[in-house]
Design a protein around this ligand. Structure first.
Ligand code: ATP
Ligand code: MG
Length: 225
């Protein structure tokens, strides 16, 4: 059983660390964005980068192009200077394995800087199906955020993983470059990209689930119809 907590590291100074959140962002929505800003406010990283994949490994091919998903992600983050986009998976092409991305970033930032991979509970629960998943923790910390509809009901492989790597406090993520898992409860937002695609397909409103510029982009390019 995993207990999720709410953190506010009592520290106004910025904390060193590279924070990233991977995803298909098909399209990016307020569940992603609110996750990013709540993590920034609570953990005090100077920035958080969204990493759109080129080709998701565990779902079908998106109906819109990687460039369109990237453009929507760019539009979404433009209102907060702390948010950024990392285009390496789209530039790399092929199946987007997180382990390749983490290795790549680690080689850029050096061995001692904390690298924090933010992921939702649904993604975390699927971790044992990821390519080379046991190695991820050698390169980064995992910051697992709550997501409505997904309970932390761990299968045995993940229980053992958590026993080995679970941090006792969020402070531990600042004290080592990688190797810790932390569970964080965020404001619950029951928004998903699949829900937005389904609404668009039915010609129903998608407003207020995602940033207005992204909504307009979808309407203008008639995506997800
Ligand atoms: P789809 O419905 O197509 O599966 P999605 O909404 O799950 O899309 P992804 O791009 O697959 O979006 O998610 C990227 C990351 O963001 C994942 O780690 C996922 O768990 C997390 N995430 C997505 N939506 C939320 C949300 N509403 N709350 C918390 N985390 C979320
Ligand atoms: Mg999903």
């Amino acid at each position: 059983m995993v207990i999720l907590v709410t953190t506010n590291i009592n520290n106004d100074a910025q904390v060193s660390g590279t924070a990233i959140m991977g995803g298909t962002f098909d399209p990016v929505h307020n569940g992603h964005l609110r996750t990013a800003v709540e993590i920034l406010d609570r953990f005090h990283y100077s920035s958080l980068k969204l990493v759109p994949c080129f080709q998701p490994v565990h779902k079908g091919r998106p109906s819109v192009t990687p460039e369109q998903r990237l453009e929507m992600t760019r539009l979404a983050i433009s209102s907060d200077v702390r948010l950024g986009v990392d285009t390496r998976e789209i530039q790399r092409e092929g199946p987007s394995y997180s382990i390749d991305t983490l290795r790549d970033i680690r080689s850029e930032i050096g061995v001692s800087e904390p690298l924090i991979m933010v992921l939702g509970m649904d993604s975390f629960l699927s971790l044992p199906t990821w390519h080379d998943w046991q190695a991820l923790i050698q390169y980064a910390h995992l910051l697992v955020v709550s997501r409505p509809g997904w309970e932390p009901d761990l299968i045995s492989e993940l229980s053992a993983f958590c026993e080995n790597y679970r941090a006792g406090s969020p402070h531990e993520l600042q004290c080592a470059p990688s190797g810790r898992v932390w569970f964080e409860t965020l404001t619950p937002l029951g928004i998903s990209s699949s829900m937005i695609r389904a609404l668009a397909r039915k010609n129903e409103a998608i407003a207020y689930l995602l940033p207005e510029p992204v909504q307009h982009y979808i309407e203008q390019h008639q995506l997800y119809r």
